[in-house]
Design a protein around this ligand. Structure first.
Ligand SMILES: *Cc1c(COP(=O)(O)O)cnc(C)c1O
Length: 397
């Protein structure tokens, strides 16, 4: 699929340029660079004939507006030629649940990587189980060995690369080639790298979803999800979106598009600052391991190098074994690292985590308390000084 820029010509540009130009329609926007925020339900038809034929670019607010069209066109251009369509959802989790409802039916079997976002598991174990879909979790490092987990009724495989707490890197092309040989679809939660750094549809993924709440929005001010699908999967996704009535408010659609325009510069800085912080943390005596796929020491580094063109600002560290009170002293001392869920905004965050209670295919035993860090856009020397104060409190406790 090709896309028209302002000049109406096919857009041959690279991703950074597409982020700025795609989805712009100067004429329709009466010269303005940005689309209007269309608050709308009713669309009027000029004649009875038009009404009967559902003629017109837009039919009803839930089914699309000039604002959603601009965002969808920009995302389709970013995903690349394999992308047949992009669906919009009111949160990242809604993008996941809509995708799973789109491809599965009662009696199907689903394979999900053991490092998947925990609410994804909750949806599989709760609603999907209730509707007669069986889920089996697999070791994210299984690679082509996933063949042994397939059943005759396995319909889809869910991967997350890397897992957003534990950072194992699944081999997506190896998993996809097994899945496709058995007629199953591959779904990727691509929130960590975004399509800018990981073109998952080109690596064999059929449906790539984003919690756009994170880097696409980029400012911790919206809840949003997107679902990008190839030609094979798009009809299923489009049908589910229509049947379920999934849509998002126009202000959030607009903010997602505004975030997308600056994604490349923000991610480049998150990438650079996070790698610098990860290397500095690897040299700290309080830290026994750094879980960041862009570090040569990471077990998934070779896959990251092969399949990704960059890294984002999110990674984890494992601390020397110490009582919870020492970890809490660190958390209560740092000031630039806020304690809170989500990530992908401009600000640095820290959150303790433990995957052990809910893993079923693998054992999570990293050897000490684990912290997930989001490296924001602050100065890295300030961030190091903040963590240094935190480590002093950790050591003193
Ligand atoms: C945050 C997140 C989601 C869910 O997104 P929400 O917008 O919070 O619903 C899904 N997957 C991953 C990896 C996430 O980090």
């Amino acid at each position: 699929m090709s896309f028209s820029g302002d000049d109406g010509a096919e857009n041959p540009h690279k991703a950074e340029t597409l982020l700025v130009t795609a989805g712009r329609d100067t004429k329709a926007q009466k010269g303005f660079v940005n689309p209007p925020v269309v608050h709308g339900s009713t669309v009027l038809y000029p004649t009875a004939e038009d009404l009967h034929a559902h003629r017109g670019e837009f039919q009803y607010g839930r089914r699309g507006t000039p604002t959603t069209k601009a965002l969808q066109e920009a995302l389709i251009a970013l995903e690349g030629p394999q992308c047949a369509g992009v669906g919009i959802a009111p949160s990242g989790l809604a993008a996941i649940s809509t995708t799973l409802l789109a491809v599965l039916k009662s009696g199907d079997h689903l394979l999900v990587c053991d490092n998947a976002y925990r609410p994804t598991r909750n949806f599989c174990n709760g609603m999907l189980a209730r509707y007669g879909v069986e889920t089996t979790y697999f070791d994210p490092l299984i690679g082509a060995g996933i063949a042994a987990m397939f059943k005759p009724n396995t319909r889809a495989v869910v991967v997350e690369a890397p897992g957003s707490q534990s950072f194992e890197m699944p081999d997506i092309p190896a998993i996809a080639s097994v899945a496709h040989a058995r007629g199953a679809l591959v779904i990727d939660d691509n929130t960590w790298a975004t399509p800018l750094y990981h073109r998952s549809l080109e690596l064999g993924v059929d449906i790539s979803m984003q919690a756009a709440t994170k880097y696409i929005g980029g400012h911790s001010d919206i809840m949003f999800g997107t679902i990008s699908a190839n030609a094979r999967a798009w009809p299923l996704v489009a049908e589910a979106i229509q049947l379920l009535g999934v849509c998002a408010g126009p202000d959030d659609v607009f903010l997602a598009l505004r975030g997308l325009r600056t994604l490349s510069v923000r991610l480049a800085q998150h990438h650079k600052s996070a790698i610098e912080m990860a290397r500095w943390l690897a040299g700290r005596p309080e830290v026994i391991s750094v879980l960041h796929p862009a570090l040569e020491s990471h077990p998934g580094h070779a896959i990251w190098k092969r399949d990704f063109t960059g890294a984002s600002g999110l990674f984890s560290i494992v601390l020397q074994p110490k009582p919870q009170a020492a970890v809490d002293a660190l958390l209560d001392t740092v000031k630039l690292f806020g304690m809170g869920y989500s990530w992908g905004g401009f600000e640095s965050l820290v959150i303790p985590f433990d995957c052990a209670p809910y893993r079923t295919a693998t054992t999570w035993a990293p050897g000490g308390p684990s912290l997930r860090l989001h490296i924001g856009l602050e100065n890295v020397e300030d961030l190091k000084a903040d963590l240094e104060r935190g480590f002093a409190a950790f050591n003193a406790a």
